[in-house]
Design a protein around this ligand. Structure first.
Ligand code: PGA
Length: 248
């Protein structure tokens, strides 16, 4: 059985008041099969983790260092995040890849470190608009996926989560159509099984890119979409709860 996961990615947003609002919401939320996760800025990790400890909700990092320790000013390690309460970590988000120049080789290193520290990596892949319009989205995502998981033992990959986030849909209000999203997810699942020697049927695949209450139900009803990675709508308690409800 694959896990259904709804993860909120606050990016560079949110104050302690937002943490408190989510802690309150989580207390009155019935726990159900869906795994709910908030990825706040790292400085709020402990506050949020402590507040959510009595609920079923979890916290995750938005990024980790590609090294375990050392002279890397400004970086945060996987073990530090884990000590602060994180159980998951987003790795290779397109903003990290595009704005901070993270290559897939660096992403693979981060995936390896996350697994070693018992953090479940949510590995992001996704094409830009030019690539989609050129008809090469599937080939691009396949290469990105293979490179981002390169060198990691297939038995360890069993616990990896993949997020498909088309760059043209992130923060734009334009969502991939359910057909586009489902087709890419099915492709990712078959690449996992055929090229990486991990049973793709067991891996949770999240969709991200302008997920909101109005489109969540339809997206999450697709066979190969096992959850959502939510940016903008995760900054609003009501919207985020509506997306969690849509996941069932
Ligand atoms: P968005 O962001 O929901 O605001 O499009 C998604 C993401 O970047 O993870």
């Amino acid at each position: 059985m694959r896990k259904t996961i709804v993860a909120g990615n606050w990016k560079l947003n949110g104050e302690s008041s937002l943490c408190n609002a989510f802690v309150d919401a989580a207390q009155s939320f019935d726990s159900r099969a869906t795994e709910v996760l908030i990825c706040p800025p790292a400085v709020w990790m402990m506050l949020l983790a402590e507040g959510l400890a009595s609920s079923s909700w979890q916290v995750g990092g938005q990024n980790i260092a590609s090294d375990k320790s050392g002279a890397f000013t400004g970086e945060i390690s996987a073990s530090m995040l884990q000590a602060a309460g994180a159980t998951y970590c987003i790795v290779g988000h397109s903003e990290r890849r595009e704005i901070f120049g993270e290559s897939s080789a660096v992403v693979a290193q981060k995936v390896r470190i996350a697994i070693e520290q018992n953090l479940t990596p949510i590995v992001c892949v996704g094409e830009n608009l030019a690539c989609r319009e050129a008809g090469s989205a599937e080939a691009f995502v396949e290469t990105q996926l293979l490179e981002s998981l390169k060198g990691i033992d297939s038995d360890k990959l069993r616990n990896v989560v993949i997020a498909y986030e088309p760059i043209w849909a992130i923060g734009t209000g334009v969502t991939a159509s359910t057909e586009q999203a489902q087709a890419m997810h099915a492709h990712i699942r078959s690449v996992l099984s055929q090229s990486i020697d991990v049973d793709g049927e067991l891996i949770s695949l999240l969709y991200g890119g302008s997920v909101k209450p109005s489109n969540a139900k339809e997206l999450l009803a697709q066979n190969d979409i096992d959850g959502a990675l939510v940016g903008g709508a995760s900054l609003n308690v009501e919207d985020f709860l509506a997306i969690v409800e849509a996941a069932g």
